[in-house]
Unconditional design. Structure first.
Length: 198
């Protein structure tokens, strides 16, 4: 189960009488190591029950996908997550973040099943949900780089050396772009003038 998703859901549940931004950030601070804590909404924005319900469905679907994946049923895990991304969802930043991360997980599952084209489609769908410099966009770019790396290996095995070289070049560029985006995220979260620990 993605810990940041659990953190977000608990934070929203606790925020029924408090501004979302304050509680969301406080909950993220109490869960060290969550690499994708969601962005805060403007202070004072009321909690939307449809967002709460969607996040609950998302947690359940991810739990079910975990169970299926652990038992070796990767197609079943994919089917669980497909039901989540196909769900009619409310418009909210948190929903976009959950769906972007779900598409990244679907891409990883498809990549593990050698469905490179399917993995690429999942990444493209996720990137539509993750605009700007966010953890979620960086992660999707990283996964896309892995897809191109796998494509390069497949092409090399087939003796298509020029195409394999092109795929390796795309993989390197995507992974570098992922690093650039995540570095922007880090810089945005550090206090001004704080270079972080060396």
């Amino acid at each position: 189960m993605r810990r940041w998703l659990e953190c977000l859901t608990l934070a929203l549940a606790a925020a029924l009488a408090l501004p979302l931004g304050v509680v969301g950030l406080a909950a993220c601070r109490t869960e060290p190591g969550i690499s994708g804590c969601p962005s805060a909404e403007p202070e004072g924005k009321p909690i939307d029950s449809s967002v709460m319900a969607f996040l609950s469905v998302a947690r359940a679907r991810h739990h079910k996908a975990d169970l299926r994946e652990r038992s070796g049923d990767v197609p079943g895990a994919i089917a669980e997550l497909e039901q989540l991304v196909d769900l009619r969802a409310p418009a909210a930043v948190e929903v976009d973040e959950v769906l972007a991360d779900t598409h990244a997980r679907l891409a990883e599952l498809r990549l593990g099943s050698n469905d490179l084209d399917g993995a690429k489609r999942e990444v493209e769908a996720g990137l539509l949900r993750a605009q700007g410099a966010t953890y979620f966009r960086g992660h999707l770019l990283e996964v896309e780089g892995l897809v191109e790396e796998a494509r390069a290996a497949r092409l090399a095995d087939a003796g298509r050396t020029d195409e394999a070289a092109g795929a390796r070049t795309r993989a390197m560029a995507l992974l570098e772009e992922a690093v650039r985006v995540q570095q922007q995220v880090i810089e945005q979260t550090l206090p001004a003038g704080d270079g972080g620990m060396r």
